[in-house]
Design a protein around this ligand. Structure first.
Ligand code: PLP
Length: 469
């Protein structure tokens, strides 16, 4: 009589583990004896995605993007109906991603000439673009002024430049002033815009208010990114609102908006924060209340200014996944297991600061051992993770990393590998390619080979023979 399959306990190799791990991990080291499993992304099987589009592969889920945007926008709208939402292009400027945010009602927040052109090429009118950033080339400013984009001043030099351009075009430039301030969070982002505490911002505002070539419309700040402090937004809102009133009082002009920037965290794990994101990351309602309560209190006896926001990572991070596969296995001299993956720091720029969640596309049992994950680059620093607990993995085993939707697809690096395809799982379950995997023609497209160096295979061969003889 053979025992039924169910009654036999699956054999797992016994393991003895040295008790280790960082002493500071008081919230518990890896105690779970299994690795999370994910077989689907947006209801599409991981195996199907990898089979159809290859590995590595970035996968975005349209439903998550829209749901994230709607819940965030609803929270602010309910508290402060006069809110305008900008989408931070640099967080992820794939056309399909930007188009979804624009469809949801967001305008564009761009920080460079390139991003400005991208927004216009996507069909967004100039007057729905906020042009930020420390370097806006002259031709870009010319275009932005003509197209009535809202330009946020980063320096005094930029004020003079915009005045000159606007005068030469005989146009009025639409301008806001970026202000930086101490919000109690360090390091302070004091390199962007003009400083509040020193009075630089007020002086610049007076200069803007006097200018005939400039229509001075509002104030802007963006105090940092992945800001875990809600209090910092209260302080920023207090300071910028008081400056707003002071400018109006002292210059007699009327301003109409306050742009509080972005910086709201996603549910990612910032390295050095030992609590899980679910515990460490405040809800968006807390940020919204901090900002809108402050504005409502400051402007209680007058018309409220428009509130502009420019969130990036909070809206897109959780919608992005990276599928990667084990390409080989090693045993390191210190007895740790190591795996080489087909995705490395070339695709995970943000892994310097954030630790994504690693999931397997199937259950590999509960025998866990310390493992190191290397990427495919010929660089010693290409370490995707150095202290994971993983079951033994075969070559070809797939891992799914998330959240990786913010900044990776814009900051990825072109180095010895082709960038992978990026796909979008649509509401309908259909999967659309939104960026093809790179190929030689795409990567070499801008290279030019001087004619005298343009050798055929035959002439390379001839040279080799000449040298050898
Ligand atoms: C990058 C950036 C944002 C978006 O920042 P997140 O932290 O991704 O929300 C908004 N405004 C400005 C000026 C930025 O540079």
């Amino acid at each position: 009589m053979s025992p039924s399959k169910k009654s036999v306990k699956k054999y797992t190799k016994p393991s003895i583990l040295k008790l280790g791990g960082p002493l500071y991990a008081k919230h518990g080291a890896a105690s779970k004896n299994s690795v999370p499993v994910r077989t689907e992304i947006g209801r599409v099987p991981v195996a199907q995605l990898a089979a159809e589009f290859g590995s590595p592969l970035f996968v975005f889920v349209e439903d998550t993007i829209r749901a994230n945007f709607r819940s965030y926008a609803n929270v602010f709208k309910r508290l402060y109906p006069k809110t305008v939402f900008g989408w931070s292009y640099k967080t992820n400027y794939l056309k399909a991603v930007c188009a979804i945010f624009h469809e949801e009602g967001a305008i564009a927040e761009v920080v460079s000439d390139f991003e400005y052109e991208k927004a216009r090429a996507l069909g967004l009118p100039g007057d729905q673009i906020i042009f930020n950033g420390p370097y806006k080339p002259k031709n870009a400013l010319q275009r932005a002024i003509k197209e009535k984009a809202l330009i946020h001043i980063d320096s005094i030099d930029e004020i003079f430049e915009i005045e000159n351009i606007a005068n030469s075009l005989d146009l009025e430039a639409r301008v806001g002033l970026r202000v930086n301030m101490n919000t109690g969070v360090y390091p302070q982002w004091s390199r962007f815009g003009l400083n509040f505490e020193t009075g630089q911002a007020l002086a610049a505002a007076k200069q803007l208010a006097r200018s005939k070539a400039i229509k001075f419309e509002g104030l802007h700040c963006h105090i940092g990114t992945f800001m875990l402090s809600v209090e910092a937004y209260t302080i920023a809102a207090e300071k910028i609102a008081s400056l707003f009133l002071e400018i109006e009082r002292e210059t007699g002009i009327t301003l109409n908006y306050i742009d509080m920037g972005g910086g709201f965290p996603s549910k990612n794990h910032l390295k050095g924060v030992y609590q899980a994101p679910e515990v460490a990351v405040p809800s968006i309602s807390e940020y919204a209340s901090a900002i809108t309560d402050t504005l409502k209190a400051t402007f209680s006896d007058r018309e409220l200014p428009t509130l502009i926001l420019e969130a990036g990572r909070h809206l897109i991070d959780e919608a992005g996944f990276l599928i990667t596969s084990v390409v080989s296995r090693k045993l390191l001299p210190d007895a740790r297991r190591a795996y080489v993956l087909d995705a490395g720091v070339n695709l995970l720029y943000t892994s310097t600061w954030y630790r994504p969640t690693f999931e397997l596309d199937g259950d590999e049992g509960s025998f866990l051992e310390p493992a190191v994950l290397f990427g495919p680059l010929c660089m010693n620093i290409d370490v995707v993770d150095s202290h994971l607990m993983l079951p033994p993995l075969r070559v070809g085993k797939r891992l799914i990393l998330s959240p990786v939707g913010a900044y990776n697809v814009t900051q990825w690096m072109q180095f010895i590998q082709y960038s992978p395809a990026v796909v979008l799982v649509r509401k309908t379950g259909v999967v659309d390619v939104i960026r093809e995997r790179e190929n030689l023609a795409a990567v070499e497209g801008l290279e030019r080979l001087p004619a005298d160096l343009n050798q055929t295979e035959k002439s390379f061969q001839a040279q080799k023979i000449r040298k050898a003889s």
